[in-house]
Design a protein around this ligand. Sequence first.
Ligand code: GDP
Length: 139
Amino acid sequence: MAGMITFTMIKPDAVRNGHTGKILDQIISNGFQIRAMKYVHLSEAKAGEFYAVHRERPFFKDLVEFMTSGPIVAAVLEKDNAVADFRTLIGATNPAEAAEGTIRNLYAKSIDANAIHGSDSDENAAIEASFFFSAFERF
Ligand code: GDP
C-alpha cells in the first residue's frame, strides 16, 4: 500500500518537556491513525544505525548524543499521502523556518532539538518502521 504509511519519532526534547500528548493529539486530529507505537530509550548504537545516512555529516555526533539523551515515542502512522502530509504537519527541519502552527513551530527550539521526526519517502518510511516494529503484514 504505497503512500499509506509514514514513521515518526517524538524526540527526547519534546518528550522531556511534556509535549507528547499534545503532539499525538495534533497528529490524530489531522487525520493520521496510529498503527504501532513504542516508548523507548535509544542506545548509541541504535541511534547511530537509524541515522547512518548522516554518518559523514558534521552534526552526526551531536545528533546521536541528542537522540540518546532521553526516551522517545516511535510510531507508525497511516493516512492517504502519509509521507508528504506528515512532513507538512511537522514543518521545516529548522524550527526557525517552520510554518506557523506546525509541530516544529510550536514545540521545537533548535535544528538539533527539533521535537519530531517524519520519514522523507515511502521507501524510508518502510525501512524506518521495520527498524522499530516487526509485524507489518497489514501494510
Ligand atoms: P529531517 O528529515 O527534517 O529530520 O532532516 P534531516 O534528515 O536533514 O536531518 C535529520 C536530523 O538531523 C534533523 O531532524 C535534525 O535533528 C538533525 N540535523 C539536521 N541538520 C542539522 C544541523 O545542521 N545541526 C544539527 N545539530 N542537527 C541537524
